[in-house]
Design a protein around this ligand. Sequence first.
Ligand SMILES: [Zn+2]
Length: 179
Amino acid sequence: MTTPLPAYLTGYPPTLTEPVARLLEQGRLGEALLRKYPQAHEVRTDRALYEYVQGLRGEHLRNAPQPSRIAFDGKLQSVGRALGTHTRIARVQGGKLRTKHEIHIAAVFREAPPEFLRMIVAHELAHLKESAHDKAFYQLCRHIEPDYHQLEFDVRVYLCHLAGGGEVLWPARRADGSV
Ligand SMILES: [Zn+2]
């Protein structure tokens, strides 16, 4: 028997979760993740995130509504298990009902490999068009990032690593190379 995993992988079949639980127990989960994702991305600021999101939107979802605010959010991860949020704020403007869209990305993705950032941004961009987590929604996620499902699983594996007391695996480095 292996120790139960943090709840991030609830719902995945044991064939997928048992190897993760074993690595976590052996203290080797971080090393396995780093082998698979050796690089960190450089999107560290809200400004850079804004450009990154708009770039992906322009490439894959040009007819989706324009988000009015895009930012990293340090509070997100502790609020339930949301990793990103997409908010629709409806307001009347000039006699018309307009909807403002905001995208917030959990701060854990600021220090992460490019694949993880792309996954969460694909998720939140897909919400610009589909609000429920249904078939159409996941189709859109895969349209933006074909490897979406594997990446979501691996992001959850990383959250298990962090919940188990593991260190941040892709820490931001200062100009002098220190962490
Ligand atoms: Zn969602």
